[in-house]
Design a protein. Sequence first.
Length: 353
Amino acid sequence: MSNVIHLAVPSRILPLEARITALLALFAEHRRTGDDVFWLKENGEMLNILQSTGLPVPAEALAVHAGFYAKAAKRLQFFPQYYRFLVSLALDLEDLGMPGHEAEKMVAFADREGLVQAEMSDLQRAEARRLLTRRGVDPVRDAGLDDRLRAFVSRTRTFALPNKKAAYELTHIVFYLTQYGHRPADLGPEAVTSLHFAGLTAFLDQNADLLAEICLAMRFLGEVPPPVWTGWLRRETSLFNVEAGETVSINDDYHDFLICNWHEAIEGGEPFRKPMSLGRMRFDKRPTQAAALREISQAMLALDDARVGDWSVMKRRMAESVSQEALGMLEMAATTSAHFEAYFEGFARAGAQ
């Protein structure tokens, strides 16, 4: 006869509020110092995700930012070039429950000093407008801004080509115009097509960060992303490794970790489901093999005049020049989106000679 003893092993996964508390403390106190612009970036991303998703944030967890918040308005006066970072942090802290009205003072200062006039990019102006209007100030006063943004996202053929900069700008335009999904945006079906095109390229490139942003933008427009994309992202999110220790390097994949878990939250899953500790941590995504995108692009370039925009034809012509893995990725991509054939026509770049 054998005796079976069942041990009650405690879970290493803390409750969600405790994990959020650990992450807030991590980015505020254990990775960088407050005079580092990357501190502003990391903390701004973390707070923005919490504010936009409505995830539960214990009031006491915000205490790690009390010192920053108390001096934020004065810091803005000395570092006006970082006004978007600083105003965003103050706005999100208040909206998450930090008592005070410093953000309103900072918004008034940014408007009075005309800080938005220093921006060269419509995207940056759109971000600034999104921030300052949260306290009732429109600093742009440019009736044509939205028209230019809509024209950019509606040019679908831009996004049929590998262009990460354009794809990220596409997602951020949707983010700003929809206030991260909190208001409708006057964007037509072309914007949805553009997101599908950019998503197909990101999927072929196995770029989880970009694909997560694209799926988020789709959700903010009321669209349902292809299940193959969201399923793959869920798996990638689950495979992140979190390493704790006071000497671990912070040259890591923290940004991908945050964006993938933001997507997980929007999809109704449980974000940040990893062992967390109160201290320094680093985040690493799983090692990946070479993505199919480069191999496919090189094969199509080599076909030269034999290249056509018809996927059914190109599938046969490429069969002997690309690996089975790359061809399989293309075939999988073809099943994920009803926009694939139109996407491939632009992706092939087989225009009139």
